[in-house]
Write a protein that binds this ligand. Structure first.
Ligand SMILES: [Zn+2]
Length: 127
């Protein structure tokens, strides 16, 4: 087991995330899951072609058949690229339910925090 960022083998277990073992790198504090596996070294050209096919509506399994790149690798690349796209980018795919739940929990927590236990009354408002 190596840290995906600094390749340190100084790794500690860090609880579970959605049933998967989470790990933390003691050296750089990068967190990652047990199943973390960087795609094998494909060239940028292969990567670009796969992404282009995907953007043009080809399924991941079709790309896998044509390019010989495993579909999970293509999905990984897509996510990677998606993270670096500007906010205006609107992916056609709907986020997983799990991710939506997480978002709602986050928003809910934020609301509670901003209230900080003090309810607003009309006397707080300035007219
Ligand atoms: Zn590290």
């Amino acid at each position: 087991m190596e840290c995906p960022d600094c390749n340190s083998t100084h790794i500690r277990k860090n609880g579970k995330r959605r049933g998967k073992q989470n790990h933390i790198c003691v050296d750089c504090h990068r967190q990652f899951l047990d199943c973390y596996a960087p795609p094998p070294g494909y060239s940028d050209e292969v990567k670009r072609e796969c992404l282009k096919m995907s953007v043009n509506g080809m399924g991941f399994r079709a790309i896998e058949r044509v390019k010989g790149v495993h579909h999970t690798t293509v999905i990984y690349w897509l996510k990677q690229v998606g993270e670096h796209l500007p906010d205006s980018y609107a992916p056609e795919s709907i986020p997983e339910v799990g991710e939506l739940d997480e978002l709602e929990t986050f928003v809910g927590a934020k609301k509670t925090k901003s209230g900080s236990g003090q309810p607003l009354t009309t006397s707080d408002l300035e007219f």
